[in-house]
Write a protein that binds this ligand. Sequence first.
Ligand SMILES: [Fe+2]
Ligand SMILES: [Fe+2]
Length: 411
Amino acid sequence: MIKKIATKDLTLGMFVTDVGRSWLNHPWKSKTRLLSDPAEIRELLDYGIEEVYIDTEKSKIKQARPKTTAAPTLAQARMASAKPAQPPSKPPEVTSELERELPKAYKAYSKALDTSKALVAACYMNKRIEVSEVQENVDELVESVSRNQDALTALIKLRRFDDYTYTHCLNVSVLSISTGKALGLSDEDLRVLGMGTMFHDLGKTRIPAYILNKPGKLTDQEFEIMRTHAALSAEIILEQKLNVDDLVIKVARYHHERMDGSGYPDHLKGNEIPNLATICGLSDVYDALTSDRVYHKGKLPHDALKFIYSLRGTHFEPSWVDRFVQSVGIYPPGSVVELNSGHVGVVMEINHGSLLCPIIKVVADPNGVISNRPKLVNLKDYASNGGWSIKRVIPPSEAGFDPAYYFNMKE
Ligand SMILES: [Fe+2]
Ligand SMILES: [Fe+2]
């Protein structure tokens, strides 16, 4: 007799005759199988298959057995082996280009972070800026982005470095280079963009600390002073007579200019604003919104993008906003997401052509049990026929595990 049964109620010895999906959407080579391993049931659940058909004739558990010897259901097995939500101890496998790039990206980022720190310190102390060192680091960032567009941006998300000013300059640089790469800019333009963004907020070193670190809202007068930082960033480069492209100075001076003329310091409009300054402006807003500050928690990336989207057509040219969203991705690598099936996954890679369907590692089942063998799933392949989709983003503080664990982060 053919019987429909909930997948969670399957027991070993049952003969599955149909999983109710096309062969593309289930984990087995054939739709029929005599269950002999709990992992087979888990695989079905991992694929979001909630019901299957069994053939009671072919099943090897026709006779009711005493409770003590009955094969355990997966739910019982889970109860018996319930563990706290910790990732398995085995190191994760390297499964993608992004993961292969991460160690190199980490090296380049750490080095550039030291340089960014030294750059800010030099400005505070009115010391000479070593421009060649900054350029060398920017070149390494450009090389990393050329090998893989998303590894460095994933790193920003996965590793939170404390101090705001110098990490912000570097993060804006990384985001901008990655976006510039997606837009097809030449390596030369990427190098200029990388330099301009590294310098973009150096003028803040000349803003009084009580304004810079004020937790509450700035007064109109304080805001006026704060707004001078963009022109001051350009001034620092000019004062030091740094040997840089003119556009580096423009990126620094114009990163707060907005399409409708509401920006500062020169109230430029539309295409008076250099493209590289627009990229810096978008990355700047995104990083400021997603970063934790002393007095507010950073927004989730997709909420920050929603906000940036609201500036489409006023502060930023619509096509530039679209390109930026395309580059950063709605669910950047490192995001923890809950699927419509209740499974929890970590975003490993962006599908730049299909932003709602990234590549994820399914790390926990709907009961919150962490998998020993997290499955890598391209949501694009599962999007049709009511398959898996992302239901919500889980804030890092609620995930119960560190998503960085699932990336190959070591040097
Ligand atoms: Fe700024
Ligand atoms: Fe900034």
